[in-house]
Ligand binder design. Structure first.
Ligand SMILES: C[S@@+](CC[C@H](N)C(=O)[O-])C[C@H]1O[C@@H](n2cnc3c(N)ncnc32)[C@H](O)[C@@H]1O
Length: 265
């Protein structure tokens, strides 16, 4: 399929109730004032990043002894919000774009070339990176987490893109392996959703229930990972507030969801 605009037409949001048969879906209700002050504590003047970082941190129940890995960090923006909260912070990216002033340790390589257990990492974050794992690398990543996290270790993947159709959005000219789940393919010249090829992206995936079941849930189960999908509400309304959120496409970005994997056995 070829067009610059199908990304605005084909993705269709899915409601929490329609996901419930498939897996555990929890909607977390947040007090408006706690949410506001928690986001302000991040010291990031950007609603989108502040919201995502705040929710990621609270859901991962960070402790002073934690050793954290931020996969596809891009920069140490997220890492800098974890200083003084955890013991060690590793930031991983194929190409680290910028390092501000945090005390993180940079691992500049493909995540598939590093072993999580070598660094005694027990909490892994992937912010806006998992959707760019093309071909079978989403499956490979779940296996990696399952094999390399210690028991009790956790991984936070956010946002989780899941809708009514299984879709791959591909930057025109980007070549990647095809796999057998038969996605709808949108080739785009213009959409920002797949990211830039020159920044190690050019591809983004939105699951439907069946592809999520086969590519994530079954693999997680095989590796001893418990999975939970979270959505969030404040004042009885789902987050994010789309007026303030940077990524406007409601069928893709609303409600915001997060996937937490927890190593059980
Ligand atoms: C959209 S950026 C996300 C930046 C940041 N984590 C955030 O929350 O805004 C995705 C990042 O993932 C990185 N990335 C993609 N595939 C990767 C891989 N296999 N290993 C390490 N980093 C990867 C890219 O280089 C890019 O910097």
């Amino acid at each position: 399929m070829k067009s610059g605009d199908y990304i605005d037409v084909l993705p269709k949001a899915i409601e929490d109730k329609d996901l419930e048969d498939m897996t555990v879906v929890r909607c977390i209700k947040l007090d408006e004032h706690l949410l506001k002050s928690g986001m302000e504590d991040n010291n990031i003047e950007n609603y989108t990043r502040s919201l995502r970082y705040y929710l990621s941190k609270i859901m991962m129940e960070l402790k002073p002894e934690d050793v954290v890995l931020d996969v596809g960090g891009g920069d140490d923006g997220f890492a800098s919000t974890l200083q003084n909260i955890v013991k060690t912070i590793y930031v991983n990216d194929i190409n680290v774009k910028k390092i501000y002033n945090s005390n993180c340790i940079v691992l500049e390589n493909n995540v598939f070339d590093l072993n999580i257990s070598d660094y005694k990492i027990n909490k892994v974050f992937l912010g806006h990176a998992f959707e760019h794992f093309w071909g079978e690398s989403d499956i490979k990543f779940i296996e990696k987490v399952g094999n390399e996290l210690p028991i009790g270790g956790k991984c936070c993947i956010e946002p989780l893109f899941i809708g009514q159709k299984y879709i791959e959005v591909i930057r025109e000219g980007f070549l990647h392996d095809k796999q057998d789940d038969n996605p709808i393919r949108i080739i785009t010249k213009t959409s920002m959703f797949p990211g830039k090829v020159e920044e190690n992206m050019g591809f983004a995936r939105i699951y439907d229930i069946q592809s999520f079941e086969r590519r994530i849930k079954q693999i997680a189960k095989k590796c001893g990972l418990k999975i939970t999908i979270y959505s969030f509400k404040s004042n009885d309304k789902y987050l994010p507030d789309m007026i303030k959120y940077k990524f406007k496409r409601k069928e893709i970005n609303y409600p915001y969801r997060m996937l937490i994997l927890e190593k059980e056995k």
